[in-house]
Design a protein around this ligand. Structure first.
Ligand code: BDP
Length: 702
């Protein structure tokens, strides 16, 4: 096998790859690039050691002798329990980074050398091994290592929006990997692969089912199936959580209602929790979407979010479980949708049990291409808050568009809330640095499905990868993460790495430009959210589900006035940010139309009118995707033909879509501005009326 793949590479064609191995490809390496390990020591039964051997076998062509006699360079993999480890690293030092942290260190003894991968716990050991393997894969291994790492967030969790019928809400990579109908009889080998991939980037938890949960997930039948999945994930230190439907006591238990203050209801949940923990002793807890988008919740009975969450928290507490209660709430009221989560949750600050954590989407509306951070971050201080990021590209071209999201997430995590001084970034307000709560966490809505390459687009794998890496260490740069991922997923060749990394790094801003520049948001097509429909009006539909609610285009200008003279959403931000956003002159232009209704002839900082700038941004986005195409075509020698042509063909779609977005938005907004599209930029190639006729048959629930 080895010989064959080298030969193929030598004649210039790389063996076809379907992407199924993700970043864990462990490509065969030249002897000179492999660490000169001569033997392996450690607990042979540990998953960490087995994982190392597996990777080593693939990269070197043979296994590393365990307990061999050549002691020139020993690799020692072990926890505190291991005597040899304790001899080389003091227990106290090892305990410092905790059971998920690790130390990798080279120790010299005469002319013998030992590279130790050590941790206080098995999970940390596994993460340490993946770190070492990553260094080898990316060509970064050195003979003198000194690394200490520990995760920034305790809980690094994926949220699957997977339905029990196998479909995935907002999933663009095929059906769900959880094959409920085949369980308990058939346990897919994918579960292990999934666990391995996640563990390799430090993800330690997963919610298996959609936040729009059906009560069925809590039936005995399903819990038995959940147990089998949990058993597959456990060796890789991934805990299972479930989304629950707040009405379960009524729907499933036959109770009269699901009022959280009714003793029978609380008892039902206690019994249910006891049952779950009998089946899955290390079950993690519940994720809850309540009183949101028509789902049931405590408010149906005149109770608050805190009363609902606490009742569940009490049921889970004796077992060590937690409640992740979502703040994604908004009602069809007069109040600006962007204000509602804050309005509902701030008054409840301090009322939640200590095993409740409030899960807040990064932006105040809904995973738009660009949003300011949600004002709850930094402001809600007596309650633990966890960010929710969307890995699946619901609003960014599904799995057709190449959009690397680490840049978006970094912008969010590094946003300064100003609520707790100069260093109060969103990251520092949620990772335990500035506010102390029993648990810190971060969630990502998964982009995983049954497609061979897991994520639909080969480059969408990078977003799964980046989520894990940032959850582990949000101080890593988007660039570092892209580079690591590219090296492992494609090649270490600089001629490929540099241009492709730059393409990834500019891809989010590019998509923002051809979709919704300058703070525009939610001008998507009805329901499926793929293409543009800024004109969309559906008789009888909730106004806050329709684009004109957000863009407010008129003869006078465009944008949502959220200033003190508008909806006053700015006041939810801490000073001086509230003033910065409130003032047209100081509001960052990237968020201009999010906070202001601006006249078409408003002068931008570069001297252009708003209308001209909007036109240039849309056109810039289109031109950049064309550049991505040119760049990718030049990369053909470095990529196997299968992945090369798949990415090439998706870039073609992206390029066509970018023109579609640009023409639709500019031609439509021009009906209000009445101004010419600057003559230097490419002319529209569509008719507005033709674009208005497009109706894609995309099912919401798949
Ligand atoms: C929106 C999605 C919807 C989700 C909802 C949520 O369109 O499918 O159910 O978020 O997060 O973005 O609950």
């Amino acid at each position: 096998m080895l010989v064959i793949s080298f030969c193929i590479a030598a004649i210039g064609q790389l063996a076809a790859e379907d992407g199924s191995r993700l970043w864990l490809r462990f490509q065969p390496q030249e002897k000179s690039t492999l660490p000169p390990f001569t033997r392996l020591r450690g607990d042979a039964s540990s998953v960490a050691l087995k994982e190392f051997q597996h990777a080593w076998q693939e990269m070197s062509g043979s296994s590393l002798p365990e307990n061999g006699s050549d002691r020139t360079h020993t690799l020692l993999i072990g926890t505190l329990k291991n005597r040899e480890v304790r001899k080389l690293i003091k227990s106290k030092e090892l305990q410092e980074p905790g059971i998920e942290g690790y130390i990798i260190r080279t120790v010299e003894q005469g002319n013998r050398r030992t590279t130790v991968v050590a941790s206080a716990g098995e999970a940390g050991l596994l993460y340490g091994v993946y770190h070492l393997v990553r260094h080898i894969q990316t060509g970064h291994f050195s003979n003198k290592v000194e690394i200490t790492e520990q995760p920034r967030y305790d809980l690094r969790i994926l949220n699957h929006w997977d339905n029990l019928n196998g479909t995935v809400e907002r999933g663009y990579a095929g059906y769900s990997i959880w094959q409920w109908d085949k369980l308990p009889g058939e346990i897919s080998p994918l579960y292990r692969e999934y666990a391995r991939a996640n563990a390799s980037i430090g993800i330690n938890a997963t919610v298996l089912n959609n936040v729009n949960a059906t009560p069925d997930i809590l039936t005995k039948e399903y819990l038995e199936k959940v147990k089998l999945i949990a058993d597959e994930l456990r060796p890789f230190h991934i805990k299972v959580y479930l989304s629950i439907n707040f009405s379960s006591p009524k729907e499933l238990g036959g109770l009269e209602n699901s009022d959280p203050l009714q003793p029978e209801v609380a008892q039902w949940w206690k019994n249910k929790a006891d049952e779950i923990y009998r089946i899955i002793p290390d079950f993690g807890g519940f994720l809850v979407k309540a009183n949101s988008e028509g789902l049931p919740g405590p408010q149906d009975y005149g109770r608050t979010h805190a009363e609902g969450a606490n009742m569940l928290a009490d049921a889970l507490k004796p077992h060590g479980g937690i409640v992740m209660w979502r703040a994604f709430v908004y009602n069809p009221t007069e109040e600006d949708r962007a204000k509602q989560a804050y309005s509902e949750f701030m008054p409840l600050d301090g009322q939640f049990r200590d095993n409740v954590i409030i899960q807040v989407k990064n932006g105040p509306v809904d995973f738009q291409p660009r949003e300011p951070f949600s004002p709850l971050f930094g402001a809600m201080q007596q309650t633990a808050l966890m960010p929710e990021l969307q890995i699946t590209q619901e609003y960014l071209g599904f799995s057709n568009h190449l959009v690397y999201l680490a840049t978006q997430w970094k912008e969010f995590l590094e946003s300064n809330t100003h609520c707790l001084g100069d260093e109060s970034t969103v990251a520092n307000c949620t990772d335990g640095t500035l506010l102390s709560h029993p648990l810190t966490a971060i969630a990502g809505v998964a982009n995983i499905g049954l497609d061979d390459n897991w994520s639909g687009h080969h480059f969408a794998q990078a977003n799964w990868y980046a989520f894990g890496r940032l959850a582990w260490d949000h101080t890593l740069t988007a660039e570092e993460i892209a580079e690591e991922w590219l090296r492992m997923t494609f090649t270490n060749d600089q001629a490929f790495l540099e241009p492709v990394r730059e393409m990834m790094l500019s891809s989010w801003e590019t998509a923002v430009n051809y979709m919704m520049p300058l703070g525009l948001h939610h001008i998507f097509a009805w329901d499926h959210h793929y293409g543009p429909e800024p004109w969309c009006e559906i008789p009888g539909a909730r106004p806050d589900w329709l684009p004109p609610y957000y863009h407010n285009a008129s003869k006078e200008g465009i944008g949502f006035d959220r200033t003190t003279s508008g909806s006053n959403a700015v006041s939810q931000y801490c000073s001086p940010l509230s003033e910065t956003y409130n003032n047209l002159e100081t509001c960052p232009e990237e968020l201009l139309l999010w906070f202001h209704h601006v006249p078409w002839d408003h002068r931008m900082k570069n001297g252009r009118t708003l209308w001209d700038e909007l036109s240039y941004r849309y056109d810039g986005g289109v031109q950049q995707v064309r550049d991505f195409q040119k760049l990718w075509d030049r990369m053909e020698p470095y990529v196997d033909s299968e992945r090369f042509s798949q990415v090439q063909s998706r870039l073609r779609i992206q390029s066509r879509d970018a023109v579609w977005w640009k023409d639709a938005c500019l031609l439509y907004f021009q009906t209000f501005s009445g101004m010419p599209i600057p003559y230097e930029i490419e002319r529209p190639v569509h008719e507005l009326e033709e674009l208005k006729q497009i109706k894609l048959d995309l099912k919401h629930h798949n």
